[in-house]
Design a protein around this ligand. Structure first.
Ligand code: PAF
Length: 285
């Protein structure tokens, strides 16, 4: 497994593979790898000849007062976790290498159809920062396929939209959420939870599942279901419920009532951790 820190070296390596007719895959991450990331790696490894994992804590996607400085950086442990999983290269550039010598404001990528709601409303500029770094990583690695987790549901739709609108020649591979036994979705930010908060955290998934069951039973009073779910999370001890929302899967718009699939998404804070999760439901229409 090669460790690459420079953009040009990464591009050359990937081009050499592709020049030999090999199919290249990219798993973009911010490191602090857990089983959720390893699932992305394993799923993509099945579909490509060469696999690159990028590890880069992207400053552009953190707002003022967010956890950019505190975000766990565990490169050596991450490299160890990737050993033996068919990873050919880890691309781990510095911030200076990714954004050399240019002061903000950086070139932005606006995806207005998807980013003014949910996490985009709560974290202004976050998805523009994600879109910029994802496009940069795709331009550097030039992969045939890239894997993204369904846990970051809105991010996945933003990436799909960017790839489609900008004609980026890459297949987006979507990977299901990996959960702890009690339902909590794996996330690097779970590490911020103390024991008491950790015990309360699975209520997010449980609550979204309840909304999912109500939708499956035919309920269409979305606003009522959302408000009830938010109250349940408050009662379960969450410090702040940012949103619980029932949305259409592809464009995250409010449902009309005739959709074959819907997604219920939630974001809530427990102490220093901002947790997000979602549950997709198929409806018999
Ligand atoms: O999902 C993440 O870890 C990040 O948002 C990503 C896609 C690696 C971009 O920094």
């Amino acid at each position: 497994m090669k460790r690459v820190t420079e953009r040009n070296a990464m591009r050359e390596l990937s081009r050499a593979w592709r020049g030999r007719g090999e199919r290249v895959g990219l798993v973009p991450t911010m490191g602090n790898l857990h089983r959720g990331h390893l699932e992305l790696v394993d799923r993509l490894a099945e579909r490509v000849d060469r696999l690159v994992v990028s590890i880069f804590v992207n400053p552009l996607q953190f707002g003022p007062g967010e956890d950019y400085d505190a975000y766990p950086r565990t490169l050596e442990a991450d490299l160890a976790a990737l050993q033996g999983r068919g990873v050919d290269a880890v691309f781990a550039p510095t911030a200076r290498e990714m954004y050399p010598g240019v002061e903000p404001p950086w070139t932005g990528v606006d995806v207005p159809a998807l980013t003014q709601t949910l996490c985009g409303a709560a974290r202004p500029g976050h998805f523009a920062g994600v879109a910029v770094v994802v496009i940069k990583l795709l331009n550097i690695v030039e992969p045939d396929a890239a894997a993204f987790g369904r846990k970051d549901y809105q991010q996945l739709q933003v990436v799909r939209r960017v790839v489609s609108d900008l004609d980026l020649p890459v297949e987006i591979v979507e990977v299901p959420i990996v959960r702890e036994d009690d339902g909590l979705a794996l996330s690097s930010r779970n590490g911020y939870l103390d024991d008491g908060q950790r015990r309360r955290a699975p209520a997010l998934y449980a609550t979204l599942c309840e909304v999912g069951s109500a939708l499956e039973s035919g309920r269409q009073d979305w606003a009522h279901l959302e408000a009830q779910a938010a109250r349940r999370l408050e009662a379960a001890g969450f410090d702040e419920v940012e949103y619980v929302a029932v949305r259409r899967c592809e464009d995250l718009a409010e449902p009309r009532g005739d959709e074959p699939r819907l997604v219920c998404l939630g974001a809530a804070r427990l102490g220093a951790a901002r947790l997000i999760d979602n549950v997709e439901v198929r409806l018999n229409r």
